[in-house]
Every structure is written in C-alpha cells, then in structure tokens.
Write a protein that binds this ligand. Structure first.
Ligand code: ATP
Ligand code: DP6
Length: 359
C-alpha cells in the first residue's frame, strides 16, 4: 500500500555520488505485532519502547551508474561482505521502488554494524531496516530539497515498515505506536507515530536488561511466524485482545500503574509464544533457560515486592523490564540469580531511548 503523498513528483537536484550515515535503535514491543496482511499492514496495532544501546549504524555510499535497469548494491556487516542479508534488502528495494525512483540510478555500498547479535530475536531487522531507510531518505532529501522534518520522519518510517514491520517503530522515542487504533490520535497502519499522550514518571528511563539465553539464529524468522497467523484458529481473538490491551495501556501509562503494566506485558509475551505453539506447523521458540528465568523473576517479585517483569520477542532471549529506581537492586538480582541461565553469562543493559540520529 503506497500513500500518494510519498511518491515524489520529480527531483530538483542531481548528484553523482555521496554518502549518509544513520544510527537507529532496536525496540521492544509491549503490545506485540504478530500477524500481517499484504503490503506489511499489521493485523493489530502495537506499541513499543524504543531502546538506546541496542542499535544499528549504517553508512550508505552511492554512485551514479550508467545502466538504470535494476538494483545494484553490496552489503558489508562489520566490514565483511554479507551476501545473506541481500535478499531481504532486495525485497525491500522492490517494495519501495515506486516511492524512491532514484534507487535504480545508483550503485549502493551498504556498510552496517549492530551492537548486538542479529537474527536472535532482539529485533535486528528493526534497527537494521530503519537505519537503511533513513540513509535512503537522506539521499531523497538531497535530491528533492523540499521535505519538511515531519515528512522526512513519516516517510522514513513508512519505508522502514516495508523493510520490516517493527522497524517503523524505531525512528523516534520513547514510546511508539504502529497500527490504527481508535483511541490513539494520528495512529496509522502505514507508519509509526510517537505515543501522543501523557506518560507517568514511573516509566521515565525504564530499564531493559536483555538476557542472551541463545545467541544463535532463530529456527524460524518473524516473517514466517507472521504468516502462520493466516488461518490460525485463535487469530481473530488475538487481534481483538491486542486492541483491548493497547486501550488498557493508555490508562496504565497515564496512571503509572506498574502492577497492571506487569500483567499486561507478561501476558502479551506469553500470548505471542502461545500463538507460535498453536500454529501449524508449530514451534517452541523458548529454551529451558527462558522458563527458568521467568520462574526466577516471578519468585523474586513475590519475595521482594519488586516491579520487575519480563517480555520476549520471537526468540529465547528475555527482556527484563524494571523502573529506574529499582536499577541497582534488580541488577544485583540478575547478576546473582539469572546469569547462570545466559549463554556465556552474557547480557545487555539497555533502557528507553530517544530514537535514531544522523552521524
Ligand atoms: N544491520 C543490518 N542491516 C540490514 N539488515 C539487517 C541488519 N541486521 C539484521 N538484518 C536483517 O534482519 C534479519 C533478521 O531479522 P529477523 O526478524 O529474522 O530477526 P530479528 O529482527 O533479530 O528478531 P525479531 O524481529 O524477531 O525480534 C537478518 O537476517 C538480516 O536480513
Ligand atoms: C515478535 C515481534 O518482534 C515481531 C517482529 O516482526 P518483524 O517486524 O521482524 O517482522 P516483519 O514485518 O516480517 O519483518 C513483535 C513486535 O516487535 O511487535
């Protein structure tokens, strides 16, 4: 689905070569996007915390080529050629070609680096595709000159969505909604919008420590997972539930109700995995250590009165979420009780961030 507004009439400038670099964070969904229609339209609205430390930095160098008949690009991850990232980018280019008609005029060298392991359920596609979309938008802005800052971000998010749905939630901070929801003004199926309402100070600098239970690549990609929602026996109820959860989240965020926040966020995570377990074919994306960690968090919460909770993406790694004022105690708990369940004792300390930036 292409918004007319995003198709440029003509370019006013001409450039032969140049480069742009953007850094864009990953995000962690509180209400999950799981299931999509054609053209990357989500079946239900979602909301996420933008992260800070987990991010991708991408430099796109472009040079004019003689033959404008097809796409031409190379990808380097951490300075090494990464041909297995090319198909996703090729699909991305095909989807956005009509919105960025210059794509076939240039050869692109895409140099990228992630601060965290990719394809393991820490939304590397979100940070990777949003960083790439922003670099391409910078080229577009050079060629057009008349794009406002607001339109730049909106179109970059629109493009990022066509690279990976959750990527459209990575450009801004600190909470972003993607998907039309009646109670959220400005929300759209086509791009992410900054959460427009009041958020209680309990959520300021909210912490996210990611426990790396399994650093390896997931057995099933999110894209495959979304497609398993077509014809899924519980799909319609799930989409309804996500809408209701997002409605409930509005008052939770306003009131700062941490108990309600915990219940909603943990239920969303387990529902996402329940959908995978009850699809055909079915998958278990958690590992035994994922469950060990969840049980330890529940036990700790009961005995300490802490407001720590967990969420999961479509993988085995656990995001441990907690208020900033509990940071010291929670890290102590994580180090003493949870690291034994992480691969190589590894974890990433992160917190809510403000979004992408140009370097
Ligand atoms: N820096 C990057 N630049 C471009 N593409 C990237 C980058 N990092 C990852 N990708 C692409 O994203 C894919 C991984 O996406 P996938 O959805 O399978 O996992 P994930 O994003 O880590 O997990 P999830 O979205 O389920 O949380 C990679 O195979 C690659 O194609
Ligand atoms: C489990 C999730 O992280 C799903 C992410 O799915 P992707 O955005 O990676 O999927 P594609 O649109 O096919 O690229 C939940 C979420 O981030 O909302």
């Amino acid at each position: 689905m292409v918004e007319e507004h995003f198709i440029p009439k003509k370019y006013t400038n001409s450039i032969d070569n140049g480069s742009f670099t953007w850094s864009s964070p990953s995000n962690i969904a509180l209400v999950k996007y799981w299931g999509k229609k054609e053209h990357q339209i989500p079946e239900n609205p979602s909301i996420s915390f933008t992260l800070n430390h987990c991010k991708t930095t991408t430099k796109v160098s472009f040079s004019k080529k003689e033959d404008a008949s097809g796409f031409s690009f190379d990808v380097f991850l951490d300075n090494e050629k990464k041909d297995d990232f090319k198909p996703k980018i090729e699909t991305f280019f095909k989807r956005i070609d009509v919105c960025l008609p210059f794509l076939k005029d240039y050869h692109f060298k895409i140099e990228t680096t992630n601060t965290f392991p990719h394809s393991s359920g820490i939304a590397s596609s979100a940070s990777g595709m949003s960083a790439l979309a922003l670099c391409l938008m910078s080229i577009e802005a050079e060629l057009s000159l008349d794009i406002s800052k607001e339109d730049f971000t909106k179109k970059a998010s629109f493009l990022a969505r066509l690279g990976s749905g959750s990527a459209c939630r990575s450009l801004e901070g600190d909470l972003v909604v993607w998907g039309k929801h009646d109670a959220i003004t400005g929300s759209s199926n086509l791009f992410g919008v900054k959460y427009p309402y009041q958020v209680h100070s309990n959520f300021k600098n909210y912490q996210d420590t990611i426990l790396l239970v399994d650093k390896g690549e997931k057995q099933v990609s999110s894209t495959v997972g979304h497609n398993l929602m077509h014809g899924h026996p519980f799909a319609q109820e799930r989409f309804k539930q996500a809408n209701k959860n997002l409605s409930d989240m509005i008052s939770i965020l306003k009131e700062g109700d941490l108990d309600a926040f915990i219940a909603l966020v943990e239920s969303e995570a387990l529902t996402l995995h329940a959908m995978m377990m009850t699809s055909m074919p079915y998958f278990i994306l958690m590992k035994p250590n994922t469950l060990e960690i969840i049980n330890k968090i529940w036990e700790y919460r009961k005995t300490s009165g802490s407001k720590v909770c967990f969420t999961l993406d479509a993988g085995a790694n656990v995001h441990v979420l907690y208020p900033e004022k509990e940071a010291e105690k929670t890290l102590e708990f994580i180090q003493n009780e949870l690291l034994a369940y992480c691969q190589g004792g590894q974890y990433i300390c992160d917190q809510i961030g403000i979004g992408a930036n140009q370097l």
